[in-house]
Design a protein around this ligand. Structure first.
Ligand SMILES: O=C(O)CCC(=O)C(=O)O
Ligand SMILES: [Fe+2]
Length: 342
């Protein structure tokens, strides 16, 4: 299903039952979570003093030249301010709050608040970022009725999943191989269900009731080619910009990689290390099954493209970023992986 890269809705996923139990209050006489309301006292008690990002959702759906949504204005407030003053103003949307990370930073040894939903346990992006940058793409969203996310496709051609803790969302998906005005796929997401958001599909989302959701962007080994396509695009965009400023010769490879990182959250060197880490992990598990073989073949194919067809070459980039010794180590590790994975 995931490799097919089409949207789907999952019901009966019990992964988040702890969160649902803590964050919602069942309606008396109705034990189902579908009619539960938000447990505001619990959320205020637990997260009241924490900083959260609130976006002014007045973005009219403008896309930049690469088809990404232009970001709406964002302010930082406390969860108390959100709950008491801001959460029901229709223009506001608590969005992209790194809750998972915030919990981990405050209580490093505590178990995570929730596990990733079962169909994305093969994420190679967030565990890598945890180690390398300390950042992540694991979010909590909380929007009043009518709040929305305008037309976009997800960052770095990632997949995402989105679980409704409480409330309801209307999703509209546009098939990437058809023009945007073609008949979209539309459906309603009830509380307690999870949507799989495929890579490169443009979509828009409206909260039809006050809604709290958990949402992760993630990369599966079988889809690294899509992420690579995005990074190669980004690399060309950086090159063009440097050429336009007459800086092609003066900017170092390290600076070039930094520019890529600030434009899209990742660069070629980091991407390569992420692939190597994933390949070594798969090889160490010595999985003999068809899924592991498919994953390894996808990683190998992306590594082959990265190592053989870039200008400036991947090896030059690693030298710029990691220094000579580490770059050499990385290159010989990649050679071994490419040899080993037949
Ligand atoms: O729930 C939303 O407002 C947006 C979610 C979304 O775009 C996603 O999960 O990819
Ligand atoms: Fe999205």
């Amino acid at each position: 299903m995931i490799a097919a890269n089409v949207p789907f809705l999952v019901t009966g996923d019990k992964t988040f039952s702890n969160v649902v139990e803590a964050w919602t209050t069942p309606t008396p006489g109705d034990p189902s979570s579908a009619s539960a309301s938000i447990n505001l006292p619990h959320l205020v008690d637990t997260y009241g003093s924490w900083d959260i990002p609130v976006k002014k959702n007045s973005n009219p759906g403008v896309l930049d030249a690469d088809g990404r949504a232009v970001e709406p204005e964002c302010v930082t407030v406390t969860m108390n301010e959100w709950v008491e003053e801001l959460r029901l103003l229709p223009d506001n949307y608590l969005k992209d709050f790194h809750l998972h990370n915030a919990v981990k930073k405050r209580s490093p040894t505590a178990p995570p608040l929730y596990e990733s939903t079962v169909f994305c346990r093969h994420d190679i992006l967030n565990p890598f970022l945890d180690i390398v940058t300390g950042g992540d793409f694991r979010f909590m969203y909380w929007g009043p009725p009518g709040s929305k996310t305008t037309l976009h496709s997800d960052v770095m051609n990632s997949f995402s999943w989105s679980y409704n803790v409480v409330g309801e969302k209307e999703w509209t998906f546009y098939r990437p191989w058809l023009a945007d005005d073609n008949e979209p796929i539309e459906f309603t997401q009830a509380p307690g269900t999870t949507v799989f958001v495929p890579s490169t599909w443009k979509h828009e989302v409206v909260n039809t009731a006050e809604t709290i959701s958990l949402n992760h962007n993630w990369i599966a080994p079988c889809a690294v080619d899509l992420m690579l396509a995005c990074l190669l695009n980004e690399s060309c965009a950086v090159d063009k910009e440097l050429a336009a400023w007459g800086l092609s010769e003066t900017v170092t490879l390290e600076e070039r990689e930094k520019m890529m990182c600030s434009a899209c959250g990742m660069n070629i060197s980091m991407f390569t290390i992420m692939l190597v880490r994933a390949a070594v992990g798969l090889l160490a598990r010595a999985g003999n099954d068809a899924a592991s073989a498919y994953d390894l073949a996808s990683l190998k194919s992306a590594l082959t493209i990265v190592t053989s067809s870039l200008t400036p070459s991947a090896e030059q980039r690693y030298r710029g970023v990691l220094g000579d010794d580490m770059a050499q180590l990385l290159t010989s590790l990649i050679d071994k992986i490419l040899l080993f994975v037949s």
